[in-house]
Design a protein around this ligand. Structure first.
Ligand code: ADP
Ligand code: MG
Ligand code: MG
Length: 340
């Protein structure tokens, strides 16, 4: 089942026992984990299976159970989580993988840290955000994406990773209201030194609503790894818009809406999105009031630079992280002044 197993971690199976970062628990522990897991309730259904809240040795964990027909997706996602040096506070923590059952009835497990609030998509339906929380969520999400995108050179280095399915449903909200990036099922890895690219076996693409214009009009330069990262930045800009939409700092907040909610239906087709994003050149609506506050104006400008139709004109994740971190500092200064 291994795809380009040369890049980080091991192909297919359960990975090294002590390679540390990214590989979760030691192999022998992983092999016994499924037996010790008690499923509590279902959290979400996906294309590949179902995610459950579960108990493992008194601890809450999340278990993604893949259909037995989706073994390739399961092993691909494990493989991504086992990437050397992947672990980061803003990337969903991987605990273990295991197989339960035999023969015709097998369950493929992926065990991960459990986050009570669930996805950012769910969180934004139920909560509005003050400006501090908005910036905190944005900084943490982009920090996770920056860590994915950044290549670390050397023999124990980390490949550059493009996510390819950035959206609010694939970002989780932690207890302290920072975010972490989840669902690495579509990610691709790249090592620049050897020009090694590993593309997922499945040719499935990301979520249509979040697809960058160059993905929609099929003009993306797929031989150039930077293109995948640039497409991630477009999707992240839409997530930044979702956050802004639910910010309560500048007047009454409207209920949660998905990006392009006023231009396409609930399950837009490829052609719907292409018409709106490429032909009409539309982007999510920017509220006038976002431009009246200095910090919010900067945030909005960063967001708009990231959804440029020209991939190379988009800011990099590192640049966005730096700019948003600066805004976070400014907010703290304002806050300090107000308390004097
Ligand atoms: P799929 O590949 O099927 O989209 P995901 O990994 O994105 O599966 O998970 C589907 C949904 O399950 C997420 O959108 C989120 O709502 C929920 N979920 C996934 N992982 C966790 C977790 N670790 N903690 C809490 N909720 C989670
Ligand atoms: Mg998902
Ligand atoms: Mg997935």
């Amino acid at each position: 089942a291994g795809v380009g197993g040369g890049i980080g971690g091991s192909a297919g199976g359960c990975g090294g026992a002590s390679s540390g970062s990214g590989s979760g628990l030691p192999l022998l522990v992983q092999r016994t984990i499924a037996k010790q897991i008690h499923l509590v309730h279902s959290i979400g259904k996906g294309r590949y299976g179902e995610v459950w809240k579960a108990k493992w040795r008194d601890e809450n964990v999340a278990v993604k159970i893949f259909f037995s027909t989706e073994e390739a997706s399961w092993s691909r996602e494990i493989q991504l989580y086992q990437t050397v040096l992947l672990r980061h506070e803003n990337i969903l923590g991987f605990i273990a993988s295991d197989i339960k059952g035999t023969g015709s009835w097998t369950q493929l497990f992926l065990v991960m840290d459990y986050h009570e609030y669930g996805s950012l998509y769910d969180y934004l339906h139920q909560h509005t955000l003050d400006l501090v929380t908005l910036i905190k969520m944005a900084v943490s999400a982009i920090s996770g994406l920056t860590h994915l995108h950044t290549e670390i050179h050397g023999t124990q280095g980390k490949p550059s990773i493009a996510h390819r399915d950035i959206k609010s449903k694939n970002i989780l909200v932690k207890k302290n209201l920072t975010c972490c990036i989840a669902d690495l099922g579509l990610a691709v890895r790249f090592i620049s030194d050897t020009n090694e690219l590993d593309i997922a076996l499945n040719t499935r693409q990301g979520t249509r609503r979040y697809m960058a214009p160059e993905v929609l009009d099929e003009s993306m330069e797929k031989g150039h790894f930077e293109s995948f990262k640039q497409a991630d930045m477009y999707s992240m800009a839409l997530v930044m818009w979702e956050l802004a939409w639910r910010c309560n700092a500048f007047g009454p907040v409207e209920e949660y809406q998905a990006p392009y909610y006023d231009m396409v239906g609930g399950d837009p087709s490829f052609d719907d999105m292409k018409r709106v994003v490429c032909v009409n050149g539309s982007r999510p609506h920017v509220m006038q009031r976002w431009m009246l506050n200095e910090i919010m104006r900067s945030y909005t400008n960063i967001m708009m630079e990231c959804w440029s139709v020209i991939p190379a004109a988009r800011l990099t994740s590192l640049r966005v992280r730096k700019s948003l971190t600066k805004l976070k500092g400014q907010l703290r200064d304002v806050d300090a002044l107000e308390r004097v």
